[in-house]
Design a protein around this ligand. Structure first.
Ligand code: ATP
Length: 239
């Protein structure tokens, strides 16, 4: 199965900080993958590399076979939908208006906006100002925004960060629904427990290194102490 996106021996530094070190990982069509790790593990850096916002010092990044930071990067980036951590919306705009704004920014038609808002379950609130939305509804709007343009791969960077328990469930139910419809999803999180029954694969990052990657079945046999997960350590350095 050919990967939608992959990091191949990727290393990224910010000055003296080694944010990502020799990471090789692939995301396959129709699969949901959790990128798990504590603060500073390198999760956002891996996502930014896919988005072509930064370039690796070593190794290669590919989205649909294309370098997202290269000359044809725009073609690669069109395949991606992105929900940043702690996304903030202009509260005076309605859900409809924000969707139109983002569709315009991305160069897509607004035709499917209603359908996307309905897909994430907030069509009834589409005409309301976003300042009246609950946190969970705002995240669902963020997910609808990420779905504009029918991306092949959805990247959700800590989508439950700062949310109350009810809103967290709200967000994960939406991700479950997308997964059920065959979407390819990467979701980064600090907490394996909140995603373990919702994804096909798990990749565990710690201080820039990929500690383990595979299905939960594959990983249950060993221990990665940093995330409290019993996993088998395959080609991994546990320090
Ligand atoms: P978090 O859960 O805190 O978002 P993360 O797993 O997403 O963490 P990254 O944001 O990828 O981790 O950060 C990896 C490392 O790189 C950290 O040590 C971080 O401080 C550092 N870092 C990230 N961005 C920059 C930057 N622009 N300049 C300097 N250092 C950075």
């Amino acid at each position: 199965m050919s990967a939608i996106a992959q990091w191949d021996g990727v290393t990224k530094r910010y000055g003296n900080v080694l944010a990502v070190q020799d990471v090789t990982l692939a995301l396959h069509p129709g699969e949901a993958t959790a990128l798990v790790g504590h603060n500073g593990a390198g999760k956002t850096t891996l996502i930014k590399l896919l988005l072509g916002l930064i370039r690796p010092e070593e190794g290669a990044v590919r989205v649909s076979g294309i370098d997202p930071a290269g000359a044809h990067g725009a073609d690669a980036r069109r395949a991606l939908g992105f929900l940043p951590e702690n996304v903030a919306f202009h509260g005076a705009m309605t859900g409809n208006e924000l969707m139109s704004f983002y569709a315009g920014l991305k160069g897509h038609s607004t035709k499917r906006n209603g359908e996307l808002l309905s897909l994430v379950g907030i069509a009834d609130a589409a005409g309301r100002r976003v300042s009246t939305y609950s946190k969970g509804m705002r995240q669902r709007l963020g997910i609808a925004q990420a779905l504009i343009g029918e991306p092949r791969l959805l990247l959700f960077d800590e989508p439950t960060s700062g949310l109350d328990p009810a809103s967290r469930i709200d967000v994960f139910n939406t991700i479950d629904m997308l997964r059920g419809s065959g979407a390819t999803v990467l979701v980064s999180t600090h907490a394996l427990a909140e995603v373990e029954n919702r994804v096909d694969r798990v990749a565990v990052m710690h201080r820039g290194r990929l500690l383990a990657a595979g299905t939960l079945e594959d990983l249950r046999e060993g221990v990665v102490p940093h995330v409290g997960l019993r996993v088998r350590l395959r080609n991994c350095d546990t320090e």
